[in-house]
Design a protein around this ligand. Structure first.
Ligand SMILES: C[S@@+](CC[C@H](N)C(=O)[O-])C[C@H]1O[C@@H](n2cnc3c(N)ncnc32)[C@H](O)[C@@H]1O
Length: 417
């Protein structure tokens, strides 16, 4: 905790403390957006939250409905703070806030005053969390006029914790394998948990589509295994990956299996889980933002839109329709009215478009091919099922690409259709 604060009217610094609020009455006076920001943290701390206000925001009403908050639907009365351990005055009326502070003061209960921090007996720090650690930054008098200063400092500390630059767990690390979904490519689109686990690894086994810029942040002593350099042949390569991750974990290392998107979406992640389990290696999973949703989104194409589609279907196009290995019901897909999202389908797109049309899909159904989603080279090629094959050649489209088929493409690009 960082503190250089001085309390109201004195030169003394504040005394930082972590409140244990489980099953203790906390009174929040006010039902607007300030209260809305404070209440979830109180609930998370296990407090019995009693909120006093004639009106509340819909979000607070939801918390009342779910039984997480007790709402007294009226103006504040002094007796409301009877028995409270902590009070927050968060109305938009300075007189009411002052009355809440005074009532709390008479009962020796600490009270935060939202509209004038120096007018209460406690301050709310800028708070953030990283794993088990809570970072709370309390500024000085200046920060009450400019609370963004403490928030910015908190963010800088959290960034360093998330990136692994600041270590909260310098002790021994638990060996095992963690499957980390890296998101579609932009290093900012990995989850906080994914980034943390990546920075804690001793060995990182990375795929071609994993956000490679993040590998530059790894400590120099981390062993990096580039899957592209393992022996060729799809199943031989997968067996080799399984062997590498299991052997490293059995040698006491913390292994990050780092892939693009989500490891379970056409990522063979579960084969690695099975290999680890068979070898008695502990394995955990950190989901990633998967490309069939994220790549259209970043290109401004929604996979669903109210009144347009009630379903979206994600399909691998790595084998064409009619191929003996195909597990896809292309005839059924042609009958569906919703959005079709094709992955690994650039090569087979002409055959897929032809099959959809032959099975009854409108030949003028809009299509968007989003290439290199979230990368600097990202681009979108628009077509219809009829023109798709020619457009792919004209635009020299190469993998990786997500192909979106359906009316949502028209919604996003009405000018083109
Ligand atoms: C083997 S799959 C892996 C998918 C990944 N596990 C996921 O959840 O996104 C590879 C396919 O994902 C799609 N893909 C992944 N990242 C992409 C990106 N940044 N832009 C476009 N397509 C992408 C492409 O269809 C590519 O052929």
């Amino acid at each position: 905790m960082t503190s250089s604060g001085t309390s109201s009217g004195t030169d003394f610094p504040t005394y930082p403390s972590g409140l244990m609020l489980e099953d203790r009455k906390v009174v929040v006076v006010g039902g607007g957006t300030v209260a809305q920001r404070r209440v979830p943290g109180l609930i998370a701390a296990g407090a019995r939250v009693e909120l006093v206000s004639p009106t509340v925001t819909p979000a607070i009403e939801g918390l009342v409905g779910s039984g997480e908050v007790t709402w007294h639907e009226r103006v504040f009365a002094d007796a409301d703070v009877d028995g409270a351990w902590y009070v927050i005055a968060a109305t938009d009326d300075a007189e009411v806030n002052a009355a809440v502070v005074a009532a709390a003061e008479r009962r020796h209960t600490f009270c935060v005053r939202a509209d004038d921090a120096t007018g209460g007996s406690a301050w709310t720090p800028a708070v953030g969390r990283h794993g088990e650690v809570t970072v709370a930054v309390l500024g000085d008098q200046r920060d009450h006029r400019d609370p963004r200063r403490t928030a910015a400092l908190r963010d800088r500390i959290l960034e360093r914790l998330h990136s692994g630059e600041l270590d909260t767990e310098p002790g021994p690390r638990t060996p095992g394998v963690v499957l980390i979904g890296g998101g579609p490519g932009d290093p900012d689109l990995i989850t906080l948990a994914g980034r943390k686990a990546l920075m804690e690894a001793d060995v990182v086994v990375a795929d071609r589509l994993a956000p490679r810029e993040l590998l530059g942040d790894l400590s120099p002593d981390v062993e990096l295994v580039d899957v592209a350099k393992l022996p060729r042949g799809r199943s031989a390569q997968q067996e080799e990956i399984n062997r590498v991750i299991v052997e490293a974990a059995l040698a006491g290392k913390r292994v990050a299996r780092f892939k693009g998107g989500d490891n379970f979406v056409f990522g063979r992640g579960y084969e690695e889980i099975i290999a680890c389990r068979e070898a008695g290696v502990p394995v955990t999973v950190i989901p990633g933002i998967s490309s069939p949703i994220a790549v259209p989104a970043i290109a401004g194409i929604p996979v669903t839109h109210r009144g347009v589609t009630h379903e979206f279907t994600v399909v691998s196009g790595h084998v064409p329709p009619g191929h003996p290995d195909s597990l896809v019901d292309w005839e059924g897909l042609a009958r569906m009215r919703g959005t079709l999202v094709l992955m690994m389908a650039v090569e087979n797109a002409p055959a897929i478009a032809a099959s959809l049309v032959a099975n009854g899909k409108d030949p003028w159904t809009p299509v968007a091919v989003v290439c290199d989603g979230t990368m600097p080279t990202q681009r979108t090629v628009l077509a219809t099922l009829t023109t798709l094959a020619d457009r792919l050649v004209e635009e020299a489209v190469k993998a990786p690409a997500i192909i979106v088929v359906g009316e949502v493409v028209r919604v996003a690009h009405p000018e083109a259709f």
